[in-house]
Design a protein around this ligand. Structure first.
Ligand code: AMP
Ligand code: GLY
Length: 424
């Protein structure tokens, strides 16, 4: 069968690498892809939100399955677009319809969902421009720090952790009265601050049954020791030692099962991934957020621990027989080190020639922000490459990924050398 992956980051590179190995896959297309995805399939220069362009490609190339990487096309309704189109309606899309994508697209929707289905999450209130005064009063009674979340998608920038009441009140006013994050902050969730260690849990569902994919830990800050500005993610590790069988049983019973059952009770169809961002507080899981897609750079580590045919699982999602499929997970450790552009996550350098990838010894170089320029591969994005290795133990995996990253060069390159070492 012919498969189309939508997206262009490290996540989509890892998907493409895995899908290309499947016995089910004849031709693979990636739209728009990057310099690295050309190793696994054919790039087509169409934006992930250009639904008409995607339709033309699907019909021209006789695509039989679409795997959606990022949240934006899902929240904008790419799956609904397929279902509403006579020519596309029988072509399965892995990724929820607009309503299910609201789990990520609206923080207020996801908080209400968790409340309704008794899923553990931080206490919250939602405010709008009209209730700003109530919000300011509420903040005075809420403990500190307090978390403010723009309701809608804000390119990963919509969450603020405020340490003082003054800061919280100033920011709430900026979000609601001055549209700090545009339409995304026309509603703001004010939430209790949770302490603990974060964990990314991934579930694949056909809307009825589910499979739990390998869990991972993501490292969000730019600096070593988890310091400095927030980024899209600087590295990941899987498995995560504290997420042992007893812990994952709690996660399944308290979070995963009620989430899948909650979607069913609410009549929300859902075929795709659910990424559950958890806070582990003294051994208890609390949901920080849902995403309607896989994580990046977690996917790079997760794909390398799935030993079964990934397309077979995607077909289970598409055809509603996921319960009949088998998922084989490697007991080994996968580690991913993300190499970023100089200046990232602020204004960053672009168009720098990448060299040395041929010297990498025992990792896969997943591309993210790269493009082909004549005979060169150049940097185009903030997150440039994701170096992923699989080894028998965590220490070797961390060491190998870091060593391999240091074999690559471009002007201004930077990566963290401490990914995962906090867990050893
Ligand atoms: P989100 O966009 O919801 O993932 O939030 C971004 C990041 O903010 C999370 O990954 C956490 O590190 C942090 N965060 C969000 N909500 C909370 C909370 N209630 N308590 C502590 N940290 C939080
Ligand atoms: N790694 C976090 C995310 O993909 O949102």
């Amino acid at each position: 069968m012919n498969i189309l992956i939508l997206g262009s980051g490290g996540r989509e590179s890892a998907f493409a690498w895995k899908v290309a190995q499947s016995a089910h896959c004849d031709k693979l297309f990636i739209a728009p892809g990057n310099a690295g995805t050309t190793q696994y399939g054919t790039n087509v220069n169409i934006k992930v939100t250009d639904f008409e362009g995607i339709k033309a490609l699907v019909l021209k190339e006789d695509i039989n399955l679409v795997l959606v990487g990022p949240e934006e096309p899902l929240v904008k309704g790419v799956h609904d677009f397929f279902l509403a189109d006579e020519q596309l309606k029988n072509i399965p899309v892995v990724g929820p319809q607009q309503e299910g994508a609201q789990l990520e697209g609206s923080k207020d929707f996801s908080k209400q969902f968790m409340e309704r289905h008794n899923i553990p999450t931080a206490a919250y209130r939602t405010f709008t421009k009209d209730t700003l005064q109530d919000g300011l009063t509420y903040l005075a009674t809420a403990g500190l720090p307090v978390v403010l979340k723009a309701d809608g998608l804000a390119a990963g920038k919509g969450v603020l952790i405020c340490l003082t009441l003054e800061e919280a009140q100033t920011e709430l006013t900026a979000m609601l009265a001055d549209a700090k994050f545009g339409e995304a902050s026309s509603r703001v969730v004010v939430e209790q601050f949770l302490t603990g260690i974060e964990l990314s849990v991934f579930v694949m569902t056909d809307g009825n049954s589910y499979k739990i994919l390998p869990e991972a830990k993501d490292y969000k800050r730019i600096g070593e020791g988890d310091t400095g500005l927030n980024t899209g993610g600087m590295g990941s590790i899987s498995p995560v030692p504290f997420a042992d069988a007893a812990y994952m049983k709690k996660v399944e019973e308290r979070v995963i099962t009620p989430t899948i059952e909650g979607l069913k009770k609410d009549g929300i169809p859902y075929k795709g991934f659910i990424f559950i961002g958890l806070m582990n507080s003294n051994g208890e899981p609390w949901v920080i957020e849902y995403n309607c897609r896989m994580g990046d750079p977690e996917t790079e580590s997760v794909m390398r621990r799935i030993d079964s045919d990934f397309v077979d699982l995607l077909l289970g999602v598409a055809e509603g027989n996921l319960n009949e499929k088998e998922i084989i997970i490697s007991p080994k450790t996968a580690a991913t080190v993300v190499m970023v552009a100089g200046g990232y996550p602020g204004e960053y350098l672009k168009n720098k020639v990448i060299t040395g990838t041929e010297n990498v010894r025992d990792s896969i170089v997943f591309h993210a922000g790269t493009a082909i320029d004549g005979n060169d591969v150049i940097t185009t994005g903030g997150r440039v490459l994701a170096i992923t290795t699989v080894q028998d133990d965590m220490f070797s995996a961390l060491q190998q990924a870091t060593a391999d990253a240091s074999r690559i060069y471009y002007d201004g390159m930077y990566f963290r050398k401490d990914i995962g070492f906090d867990l050893l």
